[in-house]
Every structure is written in C-alpha cells, then in structure tokens.
Design a protein. Structure first.
Lengths: 314, 273, 411
C-alpha cells in the first residue's frame, strides 16, 4: 500500500518543486480524487438528473427507451402539498435531533473532561460500544424495547408507578413514534459527537481555565467565554456533519415505522424511497432526491460560506 | 464532595443509557426462544443457551459472507485511504489555485443521498457488465467513504508540524523523501483511525449489496446474512441478536485497538482549518 | 438504447465462448425460491431428480430472503443475465408483469392443465388475458388452538362467529389469553370484510377506490375489534413483531390465526406442546359456510431476459406438475395449485381445516399497484387507530384516501 501511495508522487517529483511558479504537484495529487469522484459520484448524479427529467418507471428500467418529459416530474412533486408537509417535517426532525445531539454531546464531553480515570474509561467504553453496534441491530432492539405488550420500557414505567403506560401503544401514535426515532438517532449519534468534542476540549490549554476560575467565573461563564470560542470551528464542523447525517437518516425510520403512522415520520429520504421503490416511480424519486440535495445545500450555505472564507485565511 | 457524587451519578447514568440496548441485544442472544417473549423481562441469561449462535453460524454460506464483507470493506477503505492521502496532503500542505473550491467540493460530496443513486448506479453497473461482482460494491463503498476520509486525514496531517518537513527539505530531502521519512510514520496511527469510519459504513451497507449482487450468491455480504433470520412467520429474534453480536465484534475490536485516536483527526481538521 | 447495445455485446461474448447454446455442455438453470417455501429435503430431492430426468440441464436452486425482495426481483428482471425462474408472491406478481420483463406463458397453459388451477393463484398471474405467472402453491389462514385448554374450558371448535366469540370469552380467563390476535393482522381483517360482502378497494372502470369506509368493511372491523379484545395481542403491531408463534409457545394462549405450518414453529420452540395443537377453519357468519380467507401463495415467473427459456420452462413444468405439487403440499401443509389435487393431501388435520376454508378464498385487488399499498399499508394503521379508540369512519376514510391514491398512481 505504501508503495502504491507514493508512485504518483515519485513520478512528478524529479526536481524539488518548491520554487516553481505554477506547481503541477497539487493537481496531480488531487487528480485521483477528482477522477474517481467524476466517475462514481458526478456521473451517477447526472444520470439521476436525467432520470428525473424522464418518464422512468419499472418498464423503462427493464426495457430501456425512456422518454424525456421536461420538468414534469418536478412540477408534480412541487405541486403536491404532501411534499411540502414532508419538507417541513424534515426540517423539524433535523432541528430537534441536531440540537439534542449537540447539547447532550457537549454535556457528556464536559463530564468526560471532569471524570477520574476509571469512570472516564467506563463511560468512553459505553459510548464506543454504542458506536460499534450495527445500525440495523440497534434499530431492531429499540423497536423491541418499545413494544406495547412485552416491551421493557412499558414494563419499567409501570414498575415505577406510571400505570397509564401499561400496554401503552407507542407505535400507534405519530408523536410517540417520532419521539422514539429521535431517541434512537440521538442515542446513535452521541458517541461520535461527544468523543470528538472531548478530544477537542483536552487541546484547550489548562492555564486558560485556571485563570478564569481565579477570576471567579462559574461553569457556564467558563464554557461560554473560553471553551466555546476556542472550539468554535469544531462545533461548526460537527454540527454540519450531524445535520447531513440526520437529514439523510433512512434505515432507522424505514425499519421502525416505514414513515408511519399516517405520514407522521416520513422525512425526505423516506418519502423519496416510498415514491421510487414502492410506487416504482424512479423518475419522481430522482426528482425528490435532487430537491433534497438542493435543500441541504441551502441549509448549510452559511456554513459553507464560512468554510470558504476560513480557507482563504489559512 | 457533592460535585463528585453528582459527577459519578451522571457518569453512571450515561453509561447505563448508552449500554442498555446493546446489553439487551447480547442478553437476548443467550436466552432460550420461549423466554425471549415473556411478560416479565429477565435481566440475566438464566437459563443460558448457545443455540442461537449455533443457528447463526449454521446459516448457509456463513464463511463466504464474512470473507466478502472483509474483502469489500477492507478494499474500499484501503482505496479510500490511498486516494485521500494524496488529496489531503495537497490541501494541508500546499498552496494552489482552486484549493478552496476543492475543499468545498469534498464537503458537498458528503451530502450525496446514496439511496437515491441506487437506480443510476444499478443502470451503470448493468451497462458496463459489473453487476454480480464484488468490484462494484467496493467502488461504491469507496466513494461513500472518500469525502469523510479526506476531511479527517487532512486534520491528522495538519496536526503534524510543517516545520519538521521543511527542516528535512532544507537538509536536501526531496518532498517525497520528506513525506516518506518524516510525515508518514507520524501519520500512521491517523491512517488507521480514519479507516474505522469507512469500515463501519461499508460493513453496514445493505441496499446496494442487495441490488447489485443478483445471481452470484457466493458474493453476498454480511448485512444480507443479518436479515436472513426473517422467516414467513416473523423474525427469529434470538438468532438475529446472536448474529448482530457476532456482526459488531470486528468493529469493536478495531475500536479497542484504536481507542481515542479516531476523533483526533476531526479535531485537527476543524481547529487548524 | 445503450441497454440493447449491452445485450448485443453480451450475446456476442456468450456465443464467442460457445458455452451456452447447443454443445454437449450442461446448461445452468438458476431458480429462485423464497425462504421457507420448501424444506431442504424437498429442494435437494427435486434438484437431484430433475437433473436425472434432464441430462442437459444443471439446476441451481437459490433461496431468497424476504427482506428487500421487491428491489431484488426488480433488479433481476432488469439485468442482462437474470435467474431463469423466480417465485413471486401472488399479490406482487401483477407489478412485475407490468414491467414487461416477464415471459408470456399463455401457450403452455393447456399443457399445464390451466383450467384446473385455483383462481386465487392463476388470476393474479394473468394480465389482459395472457398468463405470465404460473400457479405454484397456496395457503390460507386457519385457527390454531390448544386442545388441552379447550378441553379444560369445556369448549369445542366453534362453527359460527357468535359461537366463536362466546367460546373465546370463556377461554379468556386469568392469565390465559382467549386468542392472541395482534392489532395489525390485516389478512384476517380482510376475511371479515369479505364475509360482510365488502372489499378493500373497488374498481370503477379504470379507477380504483379504497372501500374501507363502507358499512360492510366497518362491520368487519367491528368484529375484529371484539375478537381482538379477548386476548393480549398488541394493538400497534402485526403477527411478525413479536413473532406470534414465539408468544404462543411461551405463554398460555388458547388460539391464534395463522397458516397451518405455523404450528410446527410453536412445538419447535416449546416441545411440551407437542400433540396439544388442533386446527379449525375460521368460522363464518353462518354454520354452513366457513369464514372468508385471503388466499396467499406464490406464482412462478420466467424473466424475459433469460436466454434459457426452454430450460426455464422445464423447471416450471416440473414444479407445477402433479408429482412435485403433491410432494410439496404434503411437506409444507400447502394447498396444491390445481383443484383436483386437493384430495391427495386431505389426510392432515391442518391441511383439512385449510382446504375447508379455501373454498371461500379471496384475493387482494388485482392491480399492479397493490404492492405499493402493502408497502405503506394504510390498512394496518386503520386497524390500530380503531383499536386504540379512534373514530372508525374517520380512520377508514383516511386509509381509503391512501389506498385510492396508491392504486391510481401513474394513471
């Protein structure tokens, strides 16, 4: 592997390139990324765009010869009130999840910093275990914990004296199902965010904290005047990644509720899948997915602009 | 004193909440079938049974599933590391026109809705005769993990002081030698850590594996195996949970080996910008 | 376009290799059966005897998982080298046929004695008068009960709905459940709806319309609600979550509704119940007619893209023929694909109860879009809503809207 990794470098470095005006080296280094991305990502995306402009169902997939229909699919999707309901729901779902993930992860990270060696090892071990659990397996277990008759959650709630939860039907109620999905996604996402934030927090020089504490600053003040400003970029990056991952969350929702009951938990990827795979309207599904990318880019535009500016300064 | 007690309590609460579902999964794998669905849950595997692990391992093609998943996930990760390393070096160490645009592209590439690309990729694979091969899966998983790998590796690289390299250049090393002798050894743990994320992604993936491997059953991967304990009457929970436990083992092992290193790269990437 | 080009290239490569057509080399025929369709013994016996009788064919039977099967079959139909024979569920065959990627087998119908086929399997396999799906096997639900608990409560298998409710109420005592009926067993509900003369959806010319919000369907749901209350079945789940045979094996459950084969899973999980399991057809409104049931089952299809059509047909012919039909039905407690074969499996009590019910069998609405309804399944949500106290009319109207939309999509 090492050898392979260096071959392109070797070929392009006959002389030290540091004094050259227009170095080729960087472009050669990114060439593999650009080429593979072009073929494996951009090309399929372009095909997806083409499909979204065609009439493309199961017959066209099997036999070819799809007809172009212009923007008809987009018109159909955008004029469907259900689509807009799904968009609104996706925004809510993402906002709730990301806020919870970031707040709880920050708290866990702050806790980790303050723990002794053994407890820290224990908590980190627990987080790592959660992280390593296959998504499908974790999702199945959650579904099972919340079963109405034989689920452990209802059993525990009743044992704690909440009689109204005897046989409580979580999955019959849109909001309860929504809540379970949020719990599941937050549970799965905290390890990555908390461990990353913890790793970042220990890079903050201790002296800063000591100085602040000598000035009599409380915990919240220390966090808001030292930790957060120091790690601003880190919070930005993790929030951005979590937004992307939560919006794209599909397997969890599909396995637990398939977007139901009603459409209470149908977010954009679930909607795209329902349209594309269940109705076998791949054209409409493609249109929905392209709109989803567009929305995601719009939502993160501010972050990208900041990223772009930050890169100039570097 | 009070602070310490509340910290300990908080730590234990976090631990229990994060571990309980996993514990429940492993526990179920050891319970006899008729105890799995019982009105009063038991929290210890008494009586204990290993039948479910037997069922899981006895599934047809068990070893080829493992081999294929390792091949595909490993291949995708190696390929991603290789390609990402070059790109990460270019953005972390060199100044060039178009660098910002490239970084932005990498970020935008993370947003790819992969489920939506199922059909176009299927069509491309079919028309190029790549259906039913592990190659196409490897390539798809490679592309899924590449953007994140670049971001993380760039962070690791940024964390290694450029002075070290410049000193070597002054000493008459070429850039390539400087990289190989100075940077690479320092980067090795970071490479390992980065591979983990890609590995988990590739290890878990079901949708593409289900559609791109059609007739060649010897090329199926583990997630397909994981779903094979559904029968016409429902799911064999015991076997599913036993399979899930076995399924998470390799990931857990790599985690233990790498420990905290996984996150350092992301930190470096964000902090250094 | 490029698709046909790819086919051409493939054809050229294949003929260049000289391995496929003619020659003395064996032709490989790949068959997809679903998991739990047949026992391992049946599969290996069929494989070896088929290869003995067809010296030029090399049969490869692959067992497919249920998870993600629609996507898998779709991708198989669209591929250039698909499996040669695929087993598909009778409620899904229409959507695959609509893809125009399935071979028309109408000309073989006479040879396969198509006039004798049971309609629950042959009708879904036929579109516009052409036969694409060849009936494979059928099964319908019966009531499976604990003979020991029935004896202890001094009740006998009921014949009418009233008797059924009375007997179940008598059995539902203390920690013993009269019946374990999960809230979302929509196949069972469908039977009750058909009993009342209603249906899940009705066709009017070219358009479909959900018909749960009708007096008939609501009456069926009301009976379901009464029956469901006589046990501890979860209101927000179906018979797979948790797997009902495990629940029955682990607890004191007097009855549950399933295909007869499910009894084997109960005794496997709890051998103490061996010999204490009985069967009776789902009771109807009157004693002279058993309750309506959903005819579940499978058809066999041959993908059009298969280059081994003749070999594929040989497999279909064997599997749909008398010898293997009887063997399969006996091994799995199925209803064979031809009416005249029913008598050959009458000996088994489970099958007998099923055959009695099968006389009043129904199918889901025959539309290529029905699979889309099942994928989102508004009927299950309707059931849960009613069972948890929602207004039945409102819930039914909501479900109808979804059904109507799904069935008419693309029109």
């Amino acid at each position: 592997m090492t050898l392979l990794a260096e071959r392109p470098v070797q070929e392009t470095a006959p002389a030290p390139p540091k004094r050259r005006k227009r170095p080729v080296l960087p472009y050669l280094l990114i060439a593999p990324t650009l080429l593979t991305t072009a073929y494996l990502l951009v090309y399929p995306l372009v095909r997806n765009v083409i499909i979204s402009l065609q009439e493309f169902g199961l017959p066209q997939l099997v036999r070819g010869d799809a007809k172009f229909v212009g923007l008809a699919n987009y018109v159909k999707v955008l004029s469907d009130p259900e689509f807009w309901a799904v968009v609104r729901r996706t925004l809510w779902f993402t906002a709730i999840n990301v806020v919870l993930i970031m707040v709880l992860s920050t708290l866990v990270a702050l806790l980790l910093v303050r723990l002794g060696k053994w407890l820290r090892f224990l908590v980190m071990g627990g987080l790592v275990l959660t992280w390593a659990t296959p998504i499908i397996a974790a999702t199945t277990v959650f579904q099972w914990l919340f079963q109405s008759r034989l689920g452990v959650v209802n059993w525990a709630l009743v044992a704690l004296g909440f009689e109204e939860y005897r046989d409580y039907t979580w999955f019959a109620d849109g909001e309860a199902t929504f809540g379970i999905l949020v719990t599941l996604i937050v549970w799965q996402s905290i390890p990555f965010a908390a461990l990353s934030l913890y790793a970042a927090m220990i890079t903050v020089p201790q002296e800063l904290y000591e100085a602040a504490r000598m000035d009599g600053a409380g915990a919240w003040r220390v966090f808001s005047t030292i930790t957060f400003p120091m790690l601003r970029a880190m919070f930005g990056l993790i929030t951005c990644l979590e937004v992307i991952w939560v919006v794209k969350a599909f397997v969890q929702i599909w396995v637990i509720s398939q977007g139901g009951p009603g459409q209470a938990t149908t977010t954009l990827p679930v909607y795209a899948f329902q349209v594309a795979q269940s109705l076998q309207r791949y054209d409409l599904g493609a249109a929905v997915s392209m709109l989803m990318v567009l929305l995601l880019v719009l939502a993160l535009l501010a972050y990208f602009r900041q990223l772009y500016r930050q890169e100039r300064e570097a | 004193m009070i602070g310490r007690i509340s910290r300990t309590t908080a730590a234990l609460v976090v631990f229990v909440l994060s571990v309980f579902p996993v514990y429940w999964m492993v526990l179920t794998a050891f319970k006899p079938t008729k105890d799995i669905q019982s009105a009063t849950p038991t929290f210890l595997p008494v009586p204990i049974t290993f039948d479910h692990f037997g069922t899981a391992i006895a599934a047809k093609g068990f070893f080829s599933f493992w081999r294929n998943s390792l091949l595909v996930a490993g291949g995708a990760v190696l390929l991603a590391l290789l390609v990402a390393l070059l790109a990460a070096f270019a953005i972390a160490r060199l100044q060039w026109k178009g660098r910002r645009a490239f970084v932005l592209m990498v970020f935008v590439a993370q947003m790819t809705p992969w489920e939506a690309l199922l059909i176009p990729i299927y069509v491309i694979a079919r028309d190029t005769g790549m259906l039913d091969t592990l190659w196409i899966l490897t390539l798809v998983y490679f592309m899924m993990t590449l953007p994140f790998t670049i971001v993380t590796l760039r962070g690791f690289l940024a964390a290694i002081p450029a002075d070290l390299e410049e000193a070597a250049l002054v000493d008459g090393c070429t850039r390539e030698q400087a990289f190989r002798k100075i940077v690479f050894p320092l980067l090795a743990p970071g490479l390992l850590a980065t591979s983990l994320f890609g590995f988990i992604t590739a290890w878990n993936e079901f949708a593409f594996a289900n559609v791109l491997i059609i007739k060649d059953q010897d090329d199926r991967t583990l997630p397909v195996w994981l779903s094979s304990f559904n029968n016409t009457f429902g799911t064999d929970w015991g076997a599913t949970m036993a399979a899930s436990t076995l399924f998470m083992l390799p990931v857990l092992l790599i985690f233990i080996v790498l420990q905290g290193r996984v996150t350092t790269g992301i930190v470096g990437g964000a902090v250094k910008g | 376009m490029s698709r046909s080009a790819a086919l051409l290239v493939l054809a050229l490569t294949l003929s260049a290799c000289g391995s496929s057509a003619g020659g003395s080399e064996k032709q490989e025929i790949t068959v997809w059966l679903m998991k739990d369709t047949a026992t391992e013994e049946f599969v290996s016996k069929f494989e070896s005897e088929f290869e003995r009788d067809h010296a030029n064919l090399d049969l490869k039977i692959q067992i497919q998982e249920w998870n993600g099967i629609t996507q898998k079959v779709t991708s198989a139909l669209a591929s250039t080298d698909p499996p040669d024979v695929i087993e598909v569920g009778n409620t899904q065959v229409a959507q695959y046929v609509a893809s125009k990627g399935v071979t028309d087998l109408s000309s073989r119908k006479a040879e396969l004695q198509g006039d004798d086929w049971i309609p629950g399997l042959s009708e879904p396999g036929a579109v516009d008068g052409k036969q694409f799906g060849i009936p494979f096997y059928a099964a319908n639900r019966v009531v499976i009960y604990r003979t020991d608990l029935f004896e202890a409560a001094q009740v006998t298998p009921p014949k009418t709905r009233e008797e059924w409710l009375a007997a179940t109420a008598k059995l539902d005592q203390g920690d013993q459940q009269g019946i374990y009926l999960p809230g979302q067993n929509w196949y069972t509900l469908s039977g009750f709806v058909w009993d009342e003369g209603g249906d899940l959806a009705k066709q009017d010319g070219d358009r479909w319309k959900g018909s749960l919000n009708t007096p008939e369907a609501l009456a069926g749901m009301d009976f379901y609600r009464q029956l469901q209350a006589l046990g501890d079945g979860p209101k927000d789940s179906d018979e797979a979550k948790p797997q009902q045979t495990d629940v029955v094996a682990g607890g004191k459950v007097a009855q549950f509704i399933a295909v007869p084969g499910a009894a084997k899973l109960v005794t496997k999980a709890n051998p103490a119940l061996e010999g204490k399991i009985g069967f009776f057809p789902i009771p109807g409104k009157t004693a002279d007619k058993p309750g309506a049931v959903f005819t579940g089952g499978s058809d066999l299809i041959v993908p059009l893209a298969s280059s081994r059509q003749d070999g594929a047909y040989e497999v279909v012919k064997a599997l749909a023929g008398e010898k293997w039909q009887v063997e399969l039905a006996k091994a799995m407690n199925y209803v064979p694909n031809r009416k005249s074969l029913a008598s050959s499996v009458a000996g088994d009590p489970g099958t007998a109860a099923m055959a009695a019910g099968a006389a009043n069998g129904f199918a889901t609405p025959n539309s290529p879009n029905w699979a889309a309804v099942e994928a989102r399944n508004p009927i299950k949500e309707f059931q849960t809503a009613v069972l948890t106290g929602a207004d039945p009319r409102t819930a039914a109207a909501k479900a109808d809207e979804v059904i109507t939309q799904a069935l008419n999509s693309g029109k």
